[in-house]
Write a protein that binds this ligand. Structure first.
Ligand SMILES: Nc1nc2c(c(=O)[nH]1)N[C@H]1C(S)=C(S)[C@@H](COP(=O)(O)OP(=O)(O)OC[C@H]3O[C@@H](n4cnc5c(=O)[nH]c(N)nc54)[C@H](O)[C@@H]3O)O[C@H]1N2
Ligand SMILES: Nc1nc2c(c(=O)[nH]1)N[C@H]1C(S)=C(S)[C@@H](COP(=O)(O)OP(=O)(O)OC[C@H]3O[C@@H](n4cnc5c(=O)[nH]c(N)nc54)[C@H](O)[C@@H]3O)O[C@H]1N2
Ligand code: SF4
Ligand SMILES: [Mo]
Length: 760
């Protein structure tokens, strides 16, 4: 489609770069780094010396309407940070772990060596001997996938056991309706809340998500409060009393990891009371009777027993959701971070279906996609033979259903034992794997150390790079580079516009283009990244340089696509499934030998699945609830952000504090069967006495890289393990494990050489 033809361009009074009060202003959007998935409209102010002096929200950008959260407001503290990695660095592999042994090198030397080594491994051991780690990936993921696949390696991975971010929800949704749907907050319209076709949701069901804090998956959190101002009410399902939960009509304080049971229980009430959308179900749903039968065992009593939520509240919530004239499901990573993540996501999405909230104003919508590179870019270069070697494909047949990530668990194992084939090198780009991304960092570190060559690409010399890498390549922040926005429900065309010259650094895209060109020239035919962006934008008819001026550009949008034949490739009315209907009984899951309907499974560790363990570790803990000021392992060294929350806390009920003999403000060890990490007790009366919650990604940069920023002591992922994933290879438990708590004694540490290490 031509941009311009039926598209809405937001009018700009000024060009994308202009002068104001002695400063240069560059209009653009914010993507990583530092980390975020959102892409809010920004105005970047640079002074005469080219230094970034402040960043403001662009009031003309409909996405954020002039607002910014603290991480963008403080981005100057990252861009101008003297501690940034400013030149390519290398270190002799025999000194891995020694922060004093890094020496500066040139880009040419780094590229030459990496090219030579990667070609050598490909020739002698197969390209599958090199793994590519991308963490949350951001818009960089697209280019990492092309690098891995064009090189010939199928072992591209996130570093999150069981690919437990986003993907399980996407599958849960697609298994039912064939597309990925998001809540309708008017984000697809350039005139936003004023658009006459839009309707505010009556109810926003915030489930395992904290959008005000996390702005996750293409949603800008303040849209929720915008909708509340316009009459939307909230039902929140969360073990914690979040800011939004405290303003909800109904808050279901759920036992972590039991969301699937809750979904089946809610659906059962709607079905028993006949308050589901009978018309929609009759016309459009497949397998309703079987689904109703499956739900029937989930009486309010049983649902209460499993989820720990009083049945009266569950019934109240079911009625509120079912009776809403427009309900948006705002769900989060908690669904992905349970072991059996697929049925849980499927169950939750079934509620959207039986309440008829698909493709309607104020319900759930299929956002128009400018560019579809969400599953990766460049798969055609991998070839069938190499794809067959992707780790996970043999063990988890579900991976054949279009899963583009290899199993990180199995890559770690291959590094350890050389089976089913050897591992020689790792490319670690935009992830601090050993500080908060993957579980069990001790094991991951040992495995990575077996590789001959590890390369890290980051804004900083991170703990991961210091512990295991031989090269560190400095990447650019968003004010220092050009880019285009891809992925995450993009309903608009945006560019990232360079405002600052970062010196001897390169953008991730430049790095990947250069290395890609050396390793597989035909996959990277572009002279520069701007040419590459224009190539990607070809289907839209817009060139990068033009989009810079025009952005944001909004695509046309329609509701009720399923009635108009706009969802299916064959142009017929209906949903994009085999039956053309919403499949409450999923033919897609059935064809992959998965139970076609959702069923509940207890978490790996729980008071009921492991009662003996529960006696020793009598607290359920969730690791990783997001905080405003930090993005995973990032932002700990930006003074204004750190000041918001200087230290890692664990929220426990005062009753639990008493039971464990600890008190508010005290440093404690939080320990599971796998390991322990330090936290400060935050007595929180609103949390269940049997449940604890903490954030992840913690380090103390002030402790110095020679001490690995204290990450050995602070990384909560030491309490998690690589072994347990869902039966499909998708999903793992980050948010429902068992722990105990005890005070830290003076001098106690997890640093190598201590007791815990020797026990390993
Ligand atoms: N316990 C626990 N662990 C979790 C989670 C949880 O909830 N609980 N969540 C999981 C989830 S959902 C995710 S997605 C992962 C995320 O895990 P990661 O992807 O590792 O997340 P970050 O710490 O944001 O990013 C890591 C590194 O990227 C660098 N970086 C930032 N921007 C850029 C850039 O533009 N270019 C480059 N090259 N580097 C950049 C940062 O400096 C940082 O060192 O963590 C997972 N780990
Ligand atoms: N500031 C900030 N923003 C971020 C990130 C960040 O690190 N910092 N990370 C980004 C990434 S990669 C992701 S994936 C998203 C994730 O964004 P969210 O989905 O919002 O992630 P969380 O804060 O981990 O979890 C949301 C809520 O789920 C609750 N919860 C925990 N366990 C359960 C459970 O078993 N059931 C239910 N129903 N609720 C539960 C937690 O208490 C929390 O309030 O955020 C993105 N945005
Ligand atoms: S959500 Fe916050 S950090 Fe992310 S782009 Fe918007 S303002 Fe920046
Ligand atoms: Mo994530």
């Amino acid at each position: 489609m031509e941009i311009g033809e039926n598209c809405v361009k937001v009018p700009h009074e000024k060009p994308f770069r202009y002068e104001e009060d002695g400063l240069t202003v560059t209009r653009g959007s914010a993507w990583s780094g530092p980390g975020c998935h959102d892409g809010c409209g920004v105005l970047m102010y640079t002074d005469k010396n080219g230094k970034l002096v402040r960043v403001e929200g662009d009031p003309d950008n409909p996405y954020n309407q002039g607002r910014l959260c603290c991480r963008c407001l403080a981005v100057t503290e990252c861009v101008n940070d003297p501690n940034r990695l400013r030149h390519p660095m290398k270190r002799d592999p025999q000194y891995r772990g020694d922060a004093t042994k890094w020496v500066e090198t040139t880009w040419d030397e780094a590229f030459d060596t990496i090219e030579e080594r990667f070609k050598y491994y490909r020739k002698n051991f197969g390209a599958e001997s090199v793994s590519f780690w991308k963490g949350t990936g951001r818009d960089i993921a697209t280019y990492i996938s092309r690098l891995a696949w064009s090189y010939g390696s199928p072992n591209l991975t996130s570093g999150m056991n069981g690919i437990s971010c986003y993907l399980p929800r996407v599958f849960g949704c697609q298994s039912t309706v064939g597309n990925f749907y998001v809540g309708d907050y008017s984000q697809q319209f350039a005139d936003r809340y004023d658009n006459p076709n839009w309707k505010c949701p009556d109810i926003i069901l915030i489930w395992g998500n904290n959008p005000i804090v996390s702005n996750s998956d293409g949603l800008y959190g303040p849209w929720i409060t915008d909708c509340m101002h316009r009459g939307a009410e909230l039902v929140v399902i969360d073990p914690r009393l979040t800011w939004l939960a405290s303003r909800a009509k109904t808050w279901l304080q759920i036992r972590p990891g039991t969301d699937c049971a809750m979904a089946l229980g809610l659906a059962n009430i709607m079905i028993q009371e006949g308050i589901y959308d009978k018309d929609f179900v009759e016309k459009w749903c497949y397998g309703f009777d079987e689904f109703a039968e499956r739900c029937s065992e989930w009486t309010p009593e049983k649902t209460e027993e499993v989820t720990w939520v009083p049945k009266e509240l569950i019934i109240k919530a079911a009625r509120e959701i079912a009776n809403a004239d427009g309900m948006a499901l705002q769900w989060g990573v908690s669904f992905d971070q349970t072991r059996e993540a697929l049925p849980g996501s499927q169950a939750a999405f079934s509620i959207v279906a039986i309440t008829g909230n698909l493709d309607r104003p104020g319900g759930m919508i299929v956002p128009p996609e400018l560019l579809q590179y969400i599953g990766g870019w460049g798969g055609e270069f991998l070839g069938e033979e190499q794809h067959e070697k992707m780790l996970g494909l043999q063990e988890f047949p579900f991976y054949r259903s279009g899963v583009t990530n290899a199993s990180d668990q199995l890559i770690i194992k291959a590094m350890e034992i050389g089976e089913p084939y050897v591992q020689k090198a790792a490319w670690i780009q935009t992830t601090d794997l050993l500080v908060g991304c993957g579980p069990d960092p001790v094991r991951a570190e040992k495995a990575l150390l077996k590789n001959e060559l590890n390369v890290g690409v980051d804004l900083y010399l991170t703990v991961t790079i210091n512990k295991v890498c031989d090269y560190a390549l400095p990447a650019a922040t968003y004010p220092e580079r050009n880019g285009i926005r891809i992925g995450d429900g993009v309903q608009r065309g945006e560019t990232i516009n360079k405002a600052v010259d970062g010196g001897d650094i390169k953008s991730d895209m430049e790095i990947n283009l250069e290395l890609g060109r050396r390793l597989r020239p035909e996959a990277w035919p572009w002279e520069n990244v701007e040419e590459m962006y224009s190539y990607i934008l070809e289907p839209t008819g817009e060139k990068f340089e033009q989009l810079q001026k025009d952005a944001p550009v909004y695509l046309p949008f329609e509701y009720y696509k399923y009635e108009k034949g706009l969802l299916r490739p064959d142009g017929q009315p209906g949903f994009n499934t085999r039956t053309g209907r919403v499949e409450l009984w999923s033919t897609y899951y059935a064809s992959h030998n998965i139970d076609p309907m959702p069923h509940y499974t207890e978490p790996d560790m729980s008071p009921y699945s492991t009662p003996d363990l529960y006696e020793k570790y009598p607290l359920i803990f969730g690791a990783g609830a997001r905080e405003f000021n930090t993005f995973h392992a990032e932002n700990r060294r930006q003074p204004h952000l750190r000041a918001i929350k200087p230290e890692p806390e664990i929220e426990i009920n005062p009753e639990a504090a008493k039971k464990f003999g600890v008190h508010n403000g005290q440093w404690v060890w939080v320990e599971s069967v796998y390991g322990r990490a330090k936290r400060i007790v935050k007595e929180t009366p609103t949390i269940d006495p049997r449940v604890a919650s903490t954030s992840h990604g913690w380090s103390h940069p002030e402790a110095g890289l020679e001490n690995n920023f204290d990450a050995d002591d602070l990384n909560i992922n030491r309490l998690l393990d690589w072994d347990h994933v869902g039966s499909t290879g998708v999903g793992s438990n980050y948010k429902s494990n068992l722990c105990r708590i005890y005070p830290v004694k003076p001098g106690e540490t997890n640093r190598p050489g201590n007791v815990e290490e020797e026990d390993d």
